[in-house]
Design a protein around this ligand. Structure first.
Ligand code: KE4
Length: 430
């Protein structure tokens, strides 16, 4: 049994002063039960909690820490930047350097604007798409999560799906009236909607690989179909690559699948663990953003030197040849090992894995959209999560999230995880 004395005391204090004791719902362990360990430090792939327990980490700050925790290059860059001041509210060299690097890496991005979260990135991209097309309707996909901007909380994934929340309390129905939510991985409903109201659709926003249903890769032809339909009807295609950006390839999912969206949203890795989001795309679109154009969007701390330093250090680390192949190899081994361990325990699971992101669904599958993901046995997942935590392995506390492998994970970590999962699967079946 984990000793969580200090975490328990912190948890009691936290719930007095923070809603649900957290600053983001999924961290509260509501879906898996128990007291969330309070983390005091991370090093590489290892987290340490307030009671001195250590965990092999597959949350990786929900995907941001692809280089692992406290990577020396990132820490040095942030400390050096901090020594010269944390924010000036004025242009700085670092934001130009990071923007140039992002534009060189992401195929569709000719110009980029930094913001402070993935939510800000998608919210701004939607506003830009509506301004550029003069249209109001937005198509999204059930189970995909694009942050908590009002218009995008309809049938969202991640914490909304995890907690079974009605998607949009507090959001006036008028705000989501222009949001059309369709099943992921099906083109016919998209064709139907375009046939009916295509001239009113400003954009289709999609996670090119869904991470917030749990990991659900696009079926062959799905992304290509969205590209064709949006081009055919004068709507924009927005790739929300907050998770997949710089994870699935240097140029993200759009490089891996060879699809050019009109706008791309970024977050997580681009900030190296500090608060950075970004949206970018074709120059003719981005030139509409204030002050070069009329579409207003702003932010006091956007592009601040610390966050830019962390992002630059992280993206530069990812330039080393062979890193993405290593991440893919380790993650494929993990996925295969989990499948074999569950089969040995006669436990029907589905493991969806692509690049260094994966999810173990407690259902025979296949899992290709929100509806099939929701067939998962979330109680079994909760038992599995608890047993793995007791074994010193920190998994995302939700059936509907992605596990992430970082550059700090080793072959030995993967084998340890597979072995622990085998024991946990057997215990789940007992
Ligand atoms: P943030 O506003 O949390 O930086 O980004 C929102 C967002 C946008 N788009 C995608 C594809 C995302 O995955 C996210 C945020 N991801 C969740 C977990 N999958 C963040 C974890 C949390 O909410 O605490």
């Amino acid at each position: 049994m984990l000793a969580l004395t200090r975490s328990t005391k912190l948890w009691e204090r936290a719930q007095q002063v923070l809603p649900g004791g957290v600053n983001s719902p999924v961290r509260a362990f509501r879906a898996v039960g128990g007291t969330p360990p309070f983390i005091v430090r991370g090093q590489g792939a290892i987290l340490e909690d307030a009671d001195g327990n250590h965990y092999l980490d597959y949350i990786c700050s929900w995907g941001a820490l692809i280089a692992g925790h406290a990577h020396p290059a990132v820490v040095d860059a942030v400390c050096s930047a901090a020594a010269h001041g944390t924010s000036f509210g004025a242009p700085t060299p670092a934001e130009v350097e990071l923007a140039e690097l992002v534009c060189s890496l992401v195929p569709s991005i000719e110009q980029v604007r930094f913001v402070n979260s993935g939510t800000e990135a998608t919210m701004s991209a939607i506003r830009l798409a509506r301004a550029a097309t003069g249209r109001s309707k937005i198509v999204k996909f059930s189970g995909c999560y694009h942050g908590h901007a009002d218009a995008l909380l309809a049938t969202a994934g991640s914490g909304v799906l995890t907690l079974g929340l009605p998607g949009t309390p507090g959001v006036p129905s008028a705000v989501v009236a222009d949001t059309i939510s369709l099943p992921y991985n099906l083109l016919d409903p998209v064709r139907q909607v375009f046939a009916e109201v295509g001239e009113q659709i400003a954009a289709v926003i999609v996670e090119p690989v869904a991470g917030n249903i749990g990991v659900v890769p696009p079926e062959p032809g799905f992304l290509e179909g969205l590209r064709e339909l949006t081009a055919q009807h004068g709507a924009l295609l927005i790739f929300d690559e907050v998770i997949t950006g710089f994870r699935l390839a240097p140029g993200g999912a759009q490089e891996r699948y060879g699809i050019m969206p009109d706008l791309t949203c970024l977050g997580k890795i681009v900030g190296g663990g500090l608060p950075v989001g970004a949206y970018g795309g074709r120059r003719d679109l981005m030139s509409l953003v204030a002050p070069s154009g009329p579409v207003y969007q702003a932010g006091t701390l956007s592009g601040n030197p610390l966050a830019m330093a962390a992002g630059l250090a992280t993206l530069r680390l990812l330039q080393e040849p062979g890193l993405y192949e290593r991440l893919d190899t380790l993650s494929q081994r993990l996925a295969e090992g989990l499948r074999a361990a569950a089969a040995a325990a006669s436990l029907p699971i589905t493991v969806n894995q692509i690049g260094s992101m994966l999810t173990v669904f407690f259902t025979p599958g296949p899992v290709v959209d929100e509806a099939s993901a929701k067939r998962s046995d979330t109680a079994a997942f909760a038992r599995f999560h608890r047993i793995m935590l007791e074994s010193g392995i920190m998994l995302p506390p939700s059936q509907f999230e992605a596990w992430f492998v970082s550059l700090a994970h080793t072959e030995a970590d993967i084998e340890r995880t597979i072995e622990a999962a085998g024991a946990a699967f057997r215990a789940c079946m007992a």
